[in-house]
Every structure is written in C-alpha cells, then in structure tokens.
Design a binder for this molecule. Structure first.
Ligand SMILES: [Zn+2]
Length: 335
C-alpha cells in the first residue's frame, strides 16, 4: 500500500468513526421516552426527524414537514441519512420531543385535540402548519412573525438555552445549581390497601442523589399532607422520581406506586421568562398528558402572583389504584 493510500484509508477510518459516534448520539436521544412517539401525532416509533426544529417524527408527519420547505423544517431520516455535526448538535441542544413541545404547544387552546396516528393528511397538515409555520401555540413574545426563514430556529435556540444549561458541566455558577424546586405534596386519593383494610402512606421524592419525604399518615387511603419539600436542581437534572410507601413497623415498607415527573416544561418556561414577578398572571407552559407518562390531564405551568407554579394530578404506576395531587414551584437562584 502506498503512503497516499494509507493516508486515504486512515482518513476514511476517522470519518467513519465520527459518523458512527454521531449515529450513537442520535440513537441515544431517540431512546428517550418522549422520543418514542411522533411529536405531532403520537404515532409510535418515529424514524424521521426535523433537524432544525429538534423533533422526532413519523413518516406521515415527516411528509407534511417536507412540504413546508427546508427553511422551516429540515427533515432527515434517523437511519438512512448522513447527519452533519451541526445538525446533530442542534438536535441534542433541543433535547427531544417533550422539550420542543413544551414551547411549540405551550398555548394549545383548552380542549384542543392534536391529530392522532390515524389522522387524515388534511388534519395533519392543518395542525403542523399552525404549530410550526404560523407558531399559533407559542407564547407570543417568542413568536417572530416577520420570519423569512430563520424564525423557527430562533425559537429552538430559546429551548436550546435551557438544554445547553442542562447539559454543560461548567460549574462556575453556584456549583452548577440551576435553582430550587419546591414540591407541595397535597393529597392522595384512593390509594392501594397494604395492611388488612388500610395503609399508612408516605411519599418519597428523589432527584439525582437527593431524597426527601413526607410524614406518615396513619390508616388512611385518602391522606392529606399539604407538606412542602425542597430539592436543589442541578444544571444536569433528570426526572423527578416519586414513590408512595406504606409504613410498616414490623417489616420492610411496602410500595404503593410510583411515578416519574418531567421537570423540563416547568424549568424551560421558567428560564425563558426570567423574572416572573415582572409578569401578570398567565399560562407560560404545559406538560402534556400522553400514554407514556403518569399525568391524568395536561399540567399547566402558570405565573401566579409573580411565582412560577405547576399543578398536577398523577396516576400512580405499577399499582392497582391511587392518584396524587402535587404543586411544583420553581425558585430561581437569587441574583
Ligand atoms: Zn406523526
């Protein structure tokens, strides 16, 4: 093999290795729970993506995105296309479907039904145009109507700011702390029976290495706690994990259900608004109910008296019954 040939082949090797690493990053992102369903119609197992918007899509929605033109949505196949580093980075920065939807669908009108996997081409087109081209469901201050082209991207970078905060490990700012989460555990309803006729429930919350818990309510399947628990939120935060246990004096406590709570909608909207005390009461974001999360209904992020709050009712998972009412509040770092 001549010197030049060897150089060529090692160059090819580097190129291939890089493209493999890129494929793996993309695959990891696709494995995230929220990315296993189309961002627009919830069809399972999306194999397409809009690289500039940062969402994963099914084949049918992908077709509609393509018809909008690549200045609005740049469609690529997850498996078939070669992705540039720039396209990969943009995708990673947004962080996936629930993050993008928490901005693009923040203002879906009350009672609005998104198209489902079996929606007609017309229903799909109408929704996708409203969502991305006219940005009708976006908070108005994020909407840039003048747009010849890059309007969508500027909103992605709004979402992106949050995610790059989340993914960078730079710890110059208060050891990488983003803020504080206050969780008010309000009440439980119709909890599972673990001792003969009743249970002695308490709630444990976990975020990363931190664990906090409520007191035990004796013999009650509809306990009222109204207890506030505080958690420090790092720049790299994951899901808030919630467990309900039955206190047992004589043996190990029994599990009475669990749930994972996505903090991204609350924190994304809190950060894009900054100082909430400057705003009147209004809705600023939404965590959407879906068949792969524990929400009983869409959970709205609101500014209330200058505070950023999100109420939710959770259906406990892996248990025969039980719901839990919570209120989250976001406390930004003091300036
Ligand atoms: Zn779809």
């Amino acid at each position: 093999m001549s010197y030049n040939n060897r150089l060529d082949s090692s160059f090819m090797f580097v190129k291939q290795a890089r493209s493999l690493a890129g494929k793996r990053r993309l695959k990891d992102l696709l494995l995230q729970k929220d990315n296993q369903f189309c961002a627009d119609c919830n069809a399972p197992d999306p194999k397409w993506a809009s690289a500039n918007i940062g969402v994963f899509l099914c084949l049918k929605c992908c077709g509609v995105h393509r018809s909008l033109g690549s200045h609005i949505s740049k469609v690529l196949s997850v498996t078939l296309d070669e992705w540039s580093d720039e396209e990969l980075d943009a995708m990673m920065e947004v962080g996936g479907n629930s993050s993008a939807n928490s901005i693009y669908e923040a203002y879906l009108p009350q009672g609005f039904t998104k198209p489902g996997p079996d929606a007609s081409h017309e229903q799909r087109t109408k929704f996708i145009r409203s969502k991305y081209e006219r940005q009708e469901f976006l908070k108005s201050s994020l909407r840039i109507v003048s747009g010849t082209g890059n309007n969508v991207r500027s909103n992605v970078s709004q979402v992106g700011t949050v995610n790059s905060l989340r993914s960078t490990s730079d710890s110059q700012n208060t050891e990488g702390k983003l803020g504080t989460l206050k969780v008010k555990v309000i009440k439980g309803t119709d909890l599972a029976i673990r001792d003969m006729l009743t249970s002695d429930p308490y709630v444990i919350l976990k975020l990363g290495q931190q664990t906090v818990q409520t007191t035990v309510v004796k013999s009650n399947l509809n306990p009222v706690w109204n207890e506030e628990l505080m958690l420090s939120v790092p720049r790299q935060f994951g899901l808030l994990n919630l467990n309900v246990f039955d206190y047992d004096m004589f043996s190990a406590d029994d599990i009475m259900g669990e749930a994972d709570i996505d903090l991204q909608p609350l924190i994304s909207s809190a950060i894009s608004f900054g100082d909430a005390s400057m705003f009147d009461d209004m809705q600023i974001g939404k965590w959407l109910k879906s068949h792969n999360n524990a929400l009983i209904d869409d959970s709205i992020v609101n500014i209330v008296d200058g505070k950023i709050k999100q109420e939710m009712t959770i259906k406990l998972q892996n248990v025969e019954s039980g719901e839990l009412d919570l209120e989250l509040e976001w406390l930004p770092l003091a300036k």
